[in-house]
Design a protein around this ligand. Structure first.
Ligand SMILES: Cc1cc2nc3c(=O)[nH]c(=O)nc-3n(C[C@H](O)[C@H](O)[C@H](O)COP(=O)(O)OP(=O)(O)OC[C@H]3O[C@@H](n4cnc5c(N)ncnc54)[C@H](O)[C@@H]3O)c2cc1C
Ligand code: SF4
Length: 842
């Protein structure tokens, strides 16, 4: 992983404050999101000409986007990617940054700050932006006798906390975690740890998740979505002790239950960092008390901003309010607008929590008898919408799993927009603006990106200032670079502002985000340079070095291109691919032995039954692809189960060729005209396990009645009159439904195998990573495909056939890892995360 370049205790000098020149000395304590933003706003108002600026931050880095720590924890972003202002930014702006230095005291009479490196720094204007820290609730056993937090216990606040958590989670002995707190932060922490294959339980003291943002009904739907990610949830539970003498071994709950675990993440709320202010005699209640100008009460020259601030009794814990505060503060400090007032923020939370879209504003439910409450709930899809209307004004909303209407609802909430008579129109696109119309109707200062405080006008200005691509506008404004939930709206605004003249983002064409090349150019470079492993590709072609999001796509491409010459690196695979099974909700795995064409025998059935009995398999289930699935196998038992089965892997996991579903065909069926079973088995034997950009599901039907559902498969084959076979490609019957396009009709089953293989190879070489055939086929067009695959219009047919043959020849059954694990930890214990219900006997 690329590490952050910043070094501890850096002192970056711009001009040293002298106090003699015309410029006044501005000192900022705290280099987090609010402190840095306030300085940016000050610079934007000509502050560089008015002030020499000195900043202190006790984290030894430049300024980073704290929101993105969740993405760093889950491995979706590298820590180097979340920096908003690198150290060179401070230098360029002439700011003196003391990074890794803590201010211990302010002398407000002599106007000096004292820092822990012995420095005494004078100021004319002081800004305090010390933020918050994680709250550690009282629990027995939290601290060691020496007074430090017990090894294995983590807060989730800083980049250092996050790095330590990642390192701990990747340790092979650390398999179970408990997260204390089921709010935004706790769920993010749980989601991040889950991505490392850790079994996680969230313990939350309130009766439902995210209780600060939503009511019990929404919380129940959220719980289902969170549990579907394999995260255990205990609500109404309180932790009383951390167990273990020298490191964490578990936690105790009130009522006496213990949960064993190797790590504990405390996400039980935050506390403003006010010790410095208290010690220096500033007014502090719940946080540092400021007025509407963000000036500390009764102080002329001291301002405060961000989470360390209490304004009109409110303390905020999200970034949107601090953006608003920074603007007002900058107007006053620079004298740009001395009438500017901060009157508090109406917090509308719009976030992606643990991958689930969440938006919440105002009331969670009705308070008065006359309040109208409109609720839509679809728990199976994780969708919940609730809106509270009072006196024909919207006074609250909760949206879960579908926040498409959030921009309109936020406007309606903030501005009291007229509401449609049919209230259902508030939730769905009937009678209220949608799409482009909605964007046009948003006011200029409507906040599009909450995380980075970007308004519609800022985005429109960026487009009018020459940002012609969505990525360019995002880069210029930072919109969409927080939790990511607003990206669709950002795109709509940019497209609307550009009036259709949006240029395509080059990044959209990169095969993987870390390498600025499209797939064909990337393949050409790999060939030219003879690269054979994922790490070699990163080294040669990725300007920013390794990138977690790019690994799996690269591994798949290299395997497609190089067959047996590919040098496998285990960390380029995801958990399913590392242990050749599908990880299930409770942390166990499913085992699907190969059963070509869905055909089995007495011997196979007996063996499967024996294995299921021997290993106490809790659930035996037929899959949609006509295979037998043994569910609930513990990771450490996989090698033995495979050995006892003594059958090859059936590929129910991974982005690869999976199965061929067949109907009974002509030998048994009255209608059958072709031997679908035989052909299905032959196809499966030939292409078993080959890598692809997305999974490949196939089927062969013996007549146009299509009992094997061939028309909705990636490749589907149908026997028709006269002994002929139709080949369909690009079908799907999952979340997306599409009837495949007819590629060719051939006379001979051998020809089916050739054309199906050629199509799959072309798809492997041309499709984007994770692009299923149902998207690929319409994108390139069936005519084009027919030209290449059937008519050999590009003269590459022989090449495609040879490349596919090389992949076929290099096939090795992955379950042979049972005799020779690739890494010591490959099949190490992975304890069940949640107790699954017993399978009912039906
Ligand atoms: C993991 C995570 C995810 C989040 N996700 C979201 C989200 O999705 N949406 C959202 O709106 N908000 C989110 N937040 C909250 C958001 O990050 C905060 O609201 C925001 O960072 C507050 O900014 P701040 O500058 O007030 O405090 P901070 O960003 O904490 O900055 C304060 C800085 O001051 C330093 N400091 C403190 N005391 C001193 C001292 N005496 N001397 C020198 N330096 C000092 C601190 O070390 C820190 O670096 C998230 C927070 C976390 C931790
Ligand atoms: S697809 Fe035709 S041949 Fe196959 S089972 Fe159905 S009716 Fe019979």
């Amino acid at each position: 992983m690329t590490s952050v370049l910043d070094t501890p205790r850096t002192r970056l000098s711009g001009p040293e404050p002298s106090g003699q020149g015309p410029r006044r000395r501005l000192v900022v304590i705290g280099n987090g999101m609010a402190g840095a933003r306030a300085v940016e706003e000050i610079l934007a108002r000509g502050g560089a000409g008015q002030f020499t600026i000195t900043m202190f931050g006790d984290e030894p880095y430049g300024n980073y986007n704290r929101i993105m720590l969740s993405h760093v924890l889950s491995g979706e972003e590298s820590d180097a990617d979340i920096f908003l202002n690198s150290l060179s930014w401070y230098q360029d702006k002439g700011i003196t940054l003391h990074a890794g230095v803590r201010v211990d005291r302010i002398d407000r009479f002599t106007k000096h700050v004292f820092s822990n490196d012995g420095r005494v720094t004078p100021y004319d204007i002081l800004i305090i932006a010390t933020g918050s820290r994680s709250h550690m609730p009282p629990m027995d056993g939290l601290y060691t006798p020496a007074g430090s937090v017990k090894p294995g216990v983590f807060a989730f606040r800083t980049i250092d906390d996050t790095r330590k958590m990642v390192a701990y989670a990747q340790h092979e002995h650390h398999r179970r975690a408990v997260v204390i707190g089921g709010g935004l932060l706790g769920l993010e922490a749980a989601y991040g740890l889950r991505s490392h294959g850790i079994n996680v339980d969230v313990v939350h003291s309130a009766g439902h998740l995210m209780s600060a943002q939503m009511g019990p009904d929404g919380g129940a739907v959220l719980r289902r979505s969170v549990e579907a990610l394999g995260i255990g949830v205990l609500t109404g539970s309180r932790t009383t002790a951390v167990l273990g003498s020298d490191r964490v071994t578990g936690i105790s709950l009130r009522g006496g239950t213990d949960i064993p675990c190797d790590m504990v993440v405390v996400a039980a709320g935050i506390r403003p960092n006010v010790d410095l202010a208290v010690l220096s005699g500033l007014p502090v209640e719940r946080a540092i008390v400021v007025d509407d100008r963000l000036r500390v009460q009764d102080e002329d020259d001291i301002y405060a901003v961000g989470e360390c601030v209490q304004h009109r009794g409110e303390v905020y814990g999200l970034v949107a309010p601090l953006w608003e505060q920074a603007v007002v503060l900058a107007n006053h400090v620079t004298g740009t607008d001395t009438s500017a007032m901060y009157l508090g923020s109406r917090t509308a939370t719009k976030l992606k929590v643990a991958g689930v879209e969440v938006a919440s504003m105002g009331l969670h439910g009705p308070e008065l008898d006359t309040d109208e409450h409109i609720v839509f709930s679809e728990p199976s899809r994780g969708v919940f919408k609730s809106i509270v209307v009072r006196d024909n004004k919207m006074v609250g909303a909760t949206l879960l799993g579908d926040s498409r209407k959030v921009a309109y609802l936020t406007e309606a909430y903030d501005r009291g927009l007229p509401l449609p008579e049919e209230r259902i129109g508030l939730m769905f696109d009937f009678g209220t603006p949608d799409g482009d119309a909605g964007v046009g109707e948003l006011s200029d200062d409507a906040q599009v990106c909450n995380c980075n405080g970007v308004s519609k006008k800022t985005l429109v200005d960026a487009v009018q200032g020459g940002c012609a691509t969505v990525a360019g506008a995002m880069e210029a404004t930072r919109a969409g670079k927080g939790c990511g939930s607003c990206k669709l709206l950002v795109r709509q605004v940019v497209e609307w502002a550009a009036d259709g003249a949006v240029e395509e983002d080059p990044v959209a064409n990169y095969y993987v985000p870390a390498i600025p090349l499209d797939k064909q150019a990337l393949m050409a470079e790999i060939r030219k340079r003879g690269l054979r492993s994922v790490s070699a590709v990163f080294q040669a072609l990725a300007p920013g070095g390794e990138d977690a999001r790019s690994k799996m796509g690269l591994a798949s491409l290299l395997k497609t291109m190089l067959a047996e010459r590919y040098m496998d690196e285990r960390d380029a695979r995801f958990i399913n691919d590392r242990v050749h099974g599908n990880i299930q909700r409770d942390g166990t795995f499913s085992v699907v032995p190969q059963m070509k064409g869905g055909v089995t025998s007495v011997q196979q059935l007996r063996r499967i039954a024996d294995v299921a009995e021997k290993h106490n398999v809790p659930l035996i289930k037929l899959t949609g692809g006509q295979r037998i699935d043994l569910l609930g196998i513990r990771k450490e038992d996989l090698p033995q189960v495979w050995a006892d089965l003594d059958m090859p892997s059936g590929y129910a996991y991974g982005k690869s060729f999976r199965t061929v579903k067949t109907c009974v065909g002509k030998d048994f069926c009255r209608y059958g005209t072709g031997d679908s079973t035989k052909l299905g088995i032959e196809i499966e034997s030939r292409f078993q396990g080959i890598e692809a950009p997305g999974k490949l599901k196939l089927a062969v039907s013996g007549c146009p009645r299509n009992c094997a559902e061939s028309l909705v498969k990636d490749v589907g084959v149908v026997a028709v009159e006269g002994g002929r076979w139709e080949i369909y490609v690009g079908g799907a019957a999952g979340a997306h439904i599409r009837k495949g396009d007819l590629l060719a009709t051939v006379d001979d089953p051998e020809q089916v195998k050739v054309l199906a293989g050629r199509f799959m190879q072309y798809y492997r070489e041309q499709a984007n990573w994770l692009e299923r055939t149902y998207a690929f086929v319409p994108r390139v067009g069936i005519e084009h495909l027919r030209g290449v695959i059937v008519d050999d219009a590009q003269g590459i047919a022989a090449q495609l056939d040879a490349a596919m043959q090389a992949s076929v020849d290099s096939y090795v059954d992955p379950w042979l890892d049972r005799d020779d694990p690739q890494t010591p930890g490959q099949f190490r214990t992975s304890l069940p995360l949640t107790v699954l219900p017993q399978v009912p006997v039906r």
